[in-house]
Design a protein around this ligand. Sequence first.
Ligand code: ATP
Length: 503
Amino acid sequence: NDDQFKKVVSHAKEYGYIFASSEIYDGLSAVYDYAQNGVELKKNIREYWWRSMVYMHQNIVGIDSAILMHPTTWKASGHVDAFNDPLIDNKDSKKRYRADVLIEDYAEKLYQKAQKEIEKAKGRFGDAFDEQEFITTNPRVVKYLEERRTVLERMARSLEKEDLADVKALIEELGIADPETGSKNWTDVRQFNLMFGTKLGASVESAMDLYLRPETAQGIFVNFLNVQKSGRMKIPFGIAQTGKAFRNEIVARQFIFRMREFEQMEMQFFVRPGEELKYYEQWKETRLKWHLSLGMGAENYRFHDHEKLAHYANAATDIEFNFPFGFKELEGIHSRTDFDLKAHEKFSGKKLQFFDPELNESYVPYVVETSIGLDRMFLAVLSNSLQDETLEDGSIRTVLKLPAILAPVKAAVLPLIKRDGLPEIAQQIIDDLQWDYNVIYDEKDAVGRRYRRQDAVGTPFCITVDHQTIEDNTVTIRYRDTMEQERIKIEEISEKMKETISY
Ligand code: ATP
């Protein structure tokens, strides 16, 4: 809900996760900076992805291609002609929106209404409740879900046919109002290209028009043969990459959910023509497992299979996550056929084919891709982890229950007081742990307040050095999630941490 979302945004700033870009100049819309803790969380998510995709698959390798690419790339990929979003303005408020997002939000509300009915019935019927039966027979739920499907289908059909007048008609028929002002006075819908242009070269005559890449995928497609040959890769194989992408998004609300400069983590998997749907199903399953492995609750994920497909795809789904503002796309999995490689063959005049020794023939491979926004994943993790807990004494504890493997700081080492040699021992512990973990030292304020601060930052362990440490070489280890404390030997700290934080 709205309150939870506001909390996430202000928590991100207060605890050094995310700042608005160039904030002293009042920021730049939909552009953000990652702060001292944010950069660590982001790096850890990237690494969690990279390890599972590249290191855990012998037939996937990584690359890091340039943000700037030859401009013909974007002709071939279709981005120059078709990377558009339907834009609509409200004549009264002068606010600009994405027409498709307005309609999707409307559809999501119908879904939420249906969910509410289901929850209510669950409460009423208890154990006897048959959800599947209820969804298909309860008139209200049937109506909500039916309308949702009709609305989404009509929108997809109109967008596919570029029938922008019908998109507007749909908005009007549904009575969709400006979410900020309530006005229903809309302009026509028109297309808007999302690519950022720039120039290469100094002189006016010779300068070349370039684009900042709107996706990392094309850097992989154009390198397909280089990687295949130099890595002696055999189909099926994959190429993975993480990196910045840029889109001149029309509406830039929702914090880091939709940014103008963001990072993608993409993997293109090259397969034999005809085998793509088998791999598409496999990657759906593999990617969902990756998400579930973080323990953020299976109920917070759902697949949204696309009924209407982009011209280059023969199957597509989104993994949606339950953000504070509802279920939204977190990751896309697409069976892209041979569209991209064929297009690059056509525009470059180079063959982009694989000789398959088993079939004894050459072909343009088909591609199944998985594409996830790193920043969107960051928001999913952050919003899912932020919790207010009421303790036994009635006080409220704000705690960021990040998956320990992703936490920016793994342990804080705290001398109980600032004298009697305790800081020196704490420092010694830091010197040992910092080879393996990002750990910090903190001696300011009472230890209870230091615990709370680490809870809010999301640090899974606090190690406290006290007078007993001098006598028997033991420390207190405190666990963020349970607040339980245990006395262990200094030599055991690293092992203890490894139990929760290791790949
Ligand atoms: P949307 O429909 O939300 O605009 P999309 O379908 O255009 O997204 P893709 O082109 O499939 O997105 O990009 C793959 C992934 O990249 C998305 O699932 C999302 O996680 C991420 N992504 C796309 N656009 C943005 C953005 N503006 N800011 C942050 N992440 C983004």
